[in-house]
Design a protein around this ligand. Structure first.
Ligand SMILES: *[C@@H]1O[C@H](CO)[C@@H](O)[C@H](O)[C@H]1NC(C)=O
Ligand SMILES: *[C@@H]1O[C@H](CO)[C@@H](O)[C@H](O)[C@H]1NC(C)=O
Ligand SMILES: *[C@@H]1O[C@H](CO)[C@@H](O)[C@H](O)[C@H]1NC(C)=O
Ligand SMILES: *[C@@H]1O[C@H](CO)[C@@H](O)[C@H](O)[C@H]1NC(C)=O
Ligand SMILES: *[C@@H]1O[C@H](CO)[C@@H](O)[C@H](O)[C@H]1NC(C)=O
Ligand SMILES: *[C@@H]1O[C@H](CO)[C@@H](O)[C@H](O)[C@H]1NC(C)=O
Ligand SMILES: *[C@@H]1O[C@H](CO)[C@@H](O)[C@H](O)[C@H]1NC(C)=O
Ligand SMILES: *[C@@H]1O[C@H](CO)[C@@H](O)[C@H](O)[C@H]1NC(C)=O
Ligand SMILES: *[C@@H]1O[C@H](CO)[C@@H](O)[C@H](O)[C@H]1NC(C)=O
Ligand SMILES: *[C@@H]1O[C@H](CO)[C@@H](O)[C@H](O)[C@H]1NC(C)=O
Ligand SMILES: *[C@@H]1O[C@H](CO)[C@@H](O)[C@H](O)[C@H]1NC(C)=O
Ligand SMILES: *[C@@H]1O[C@H](CO)[C@@H](O)[C@H](O)[C@H]1NC(C)=O
Length: 484
């Protein structure tokens, strides 16, 4: 995961939030995912963790390596009395090597990225500058450099960047783009060449989102080869949620490191930590985050398994290894943690609204342009991170929260109803919203949808606007609430 300052930094002290917003937390469903007894004492992995391929017969189930997305096979079109006007997609990047911070000081398993390095080069518009040589990065170490080991992680013997999207992840990105194309090209009248007046794509400053875009765009627009992607500066980027929001940081700290509701699972997991630390060599008094959540172990083990690598053994004792039973427990714990961060904790909705509200306000702005007929854009695609989809699912109050795996996707579909169907009044438009998670209408705990079922399936878009207004407020209110 890309760890934002608010997940790393400890901010002490509670603040009071004076905001015009009226955040209401609707608790998620109780399942094995957020049941600590099952998480610690149950068995099995909560889905697929060792392959990008989900058999067609079970497509839609959780696959950490390659989450389900919209495909022709499963796609259900609404009644033909509705016309699709606009979609906005937000996805997590695809599978990758682990982050450097999530590798052990020494690793018995190396990563080979020969010929698969991330591509970086500058490009001009005149003469030879418009067609420079493609340049790839190849990471290396030299033992003459005495600092190599002190900065740690298991770089020695690997020529990959930690992180970088792997070949398998680029392949999954391409398939993802091609699948979206198969569903939406005809519905939105997209050609095989990208037209920047109808399609926009946005990334974060983390290069792995651009790496994914290359594969994705090849599947989406097979006849385009040179594309500009939108990016906001880190100081205020809403997609990676890197904008400063001290109020969100304090609230998050209060319900995680500051709450026994959170630390409980770390205390109960002490024995697991002993077993994991024996393999990784992590000290009991570690301060690099190995013991404040199961994030690092989860990322380390799952990245290996998604790339068909064995589970690790201690570099000092090859008989001391992580077995599948232990890895599966870590995978249950990781999902438990994400459910707690974004749904189970009472203040998770408030935290999500503050930390991801800016992106949602941009989304609402896009919808309003469509309703006003002032934008020709028909498709906006965002490539982001787990801690982008996490708080967005928190705001949408999904009923069953998971750790958004590789390639996780939310699609916002905006429809216009035929005038015959119109329920339009002075205060409502003729526009309806469907939100797809893993390719299907999202089940939330919100009092929205038919009979307040929470199913985000063709809800009047004004209901969504009202919810956003109550939960996030206007931009000036969000900004002010963050500074408290
Ligand atoms: C797990 O099982 C052990 C042994 O039966 C028990 O002591 C412990 O309380 C259980 N953990 C949870 C969280 O229920
Ligand atoms: C939690 O899981 C345990 C073990 O499977 C089960 O006995 C218990 O009923 C579950 N609790 C809830 C609230 O579902
Ligand atoms: C992947 O994991 C499943 C269990 O979750 C197991 O049945 C299967 O054999 C594993 N596949 C590989 C290639 O290891
Ligand atoms: C579309 O609307 C018309 C008029 O209300 C209705 O007769 C028809 O059944 C609707 N079609 C579908 C597919 O719902
Ligand atoms: C690429 O993805 C397709 C579709 O998921 C899969 O069938 C194929 O095996 C993948 N190839 C590689 C090299 O990962
Ligand atoms: C901890 O959980 C309890 C019971 O659900 C709740 O009343 C309390 O507010 C929670 N504390 C925090 C800091 O979330
Ligand atoms: C291996 O042994 C060395 C020397 O005793 C020690 O510093 C290191 O932490 C050990 N590594 C692991 C993974 O146990
Ligand atoms: C952790 O404990 C070891 C051994 O007791 C000590 O040498 C080391 O300085 C401690 N590290 C930190 C970060 O406190
Ligand atoms: C897996 O390893 C744990 C120790 O980490 C051990 O208690 C357990 O018996 C092992 N399970 C299997 C199936 O080997
Ligand atoms: C939620 O956050 C607010 C603002 O920091 C705080 O006043 C309140 O006590 C928190 N509620 C819980 C249950 O932790
Ligand atoms: C329009 O209003 C009718 C009658 O109130 C209702 O049955 C129908 O579900 C509404 N249509 C939509 C799309 O909300
Ligand atoms: C948002 O809510 C506030 C207070 O509830 C209300 O005054 C305002 O008109 C609403 N704004 C929109 C755009 O609905």
């Amino acid at each position: 995961m890309m760890i934002p300052s608010r997940l790393c930094g400890l901010v002490f002290g509670l603040v009071s939030v004076t905001s015009a917003t009226n955040v209401i937390h609707y608790p998620p469903k109780l399942t094995n995912l957020n049941n600590l007894t099952f998480v610690l004492n149950g068995t099995g992995a909560p889905g697929i963790f060792n392959s990008s391929i989900t058999p067609d017969s079970e497509y839609g189930i959780y696959n950490w390596c390659n989450m389900p997305h919209v495909r022709t096979e499963e796609y259900l079109a609404p009644s033909s009395n509705y016309t699709l006007k606009y979609i906005e997609v937000i996805q997590r990047h695809h599978k990758r090597t682990p982050y450097a911070s999530n590798t052990f000081f020494k690793e018995d398993i190396t990563w080979d990225c020969t010929g698969e390095g991330p591509v970086y080069y500058g490009k001009g518009t005149v003469g030879v500058t418009s067609d420079p040589t493609v340049v790839q990065w190849s990471a290396y170490t030299n033992p003459e450099n005495p600092f190599t080991n002190s900065v740690g992680p298991g770089f020695v013997g690997s020529n990959c960047a930690f992180p970088q999207i792997t070949t398998g992840g680029i392949n999954d990105s391409y398939t993802h783009g091609a699948d979206l194309r198969s569903v939406y090209a005809e519905r939105l009248n997209l050609s095989t060449v990208l037209d920047p007046s109808t399609f926009k794509i946005r990334v974060t400053s983390n290069p792995i989102t651009s790496q994914v875009s290359g594969g994705l765009l090849h599947g989406l627009f097979p006849d385009s080869s040179d594309v500009a992607v939108l990016i906001q500066a880190d100081a205020f980027d809403s997609l990676s949620a890197s904008y400063s929001c001290p109020a969100a940081d304090s609230i998050f700290t209060a319900y995680t490191t500051g709450s026994s509701n959170w630390t409980e699972h770390l205390v109960d997991g002490a024995e697991l930590y002993e077993e994991l630390d024996a393999v990784s060599g992590t000290a009991e008094n570690d301060t690099a985050g190995w013991h404040t959540s199961f994030d690092h172990y989860y990322d380390n083990l799952s990245a290996k398994q998604c790339d068909a690598k064995p589970l690790p053994c201690s570099v000092n004792d090859t008989s001391s290894c992580v077995n599948q039973t232990l890895a599966d427990t870590v995978f249950r714990l990781g999902n438990y943690e994400y459910s707690y961060y974004y749904r189970d904790a009472f203040n998770s909705t408030l935290f999500s609204a503050l930390s991801y509200g800016a992106w949602v306000l941009e989304l609402v702005g896009h919808f309003k342009e469509q309703i006003a007929g002032t934008s020709g854009v028909r498709y906006f695609h965002n490539v982001a991170h787990d801690d982008s989809l996490g708080p967005l699912l928190g705001i949408l109050q999904i009923s069953e929260m998971v750790w958004p795996g590789m390639g996780s996707e939310i699609v916002f579909e905006l429809y216009e109803a035929d005038s015959l169907l119109s329920n339009a009044t002075a205060s409502t438009s003729n526009f309806f919203l469907r939100v797809l998670w893993g390719g299907q209408p999202m089940q939330t705990s919100l009092p929205l949808g038919t009979n307040n079922s929470g199913l985000l399936d063709m809800i009047p878009v004004e209901d969504f606007f009202d919810y956003v207004n109550n939960t996030i407020g206007a931009g000036s209110e969000l900004f002010a609430a963050c500074q408290n």
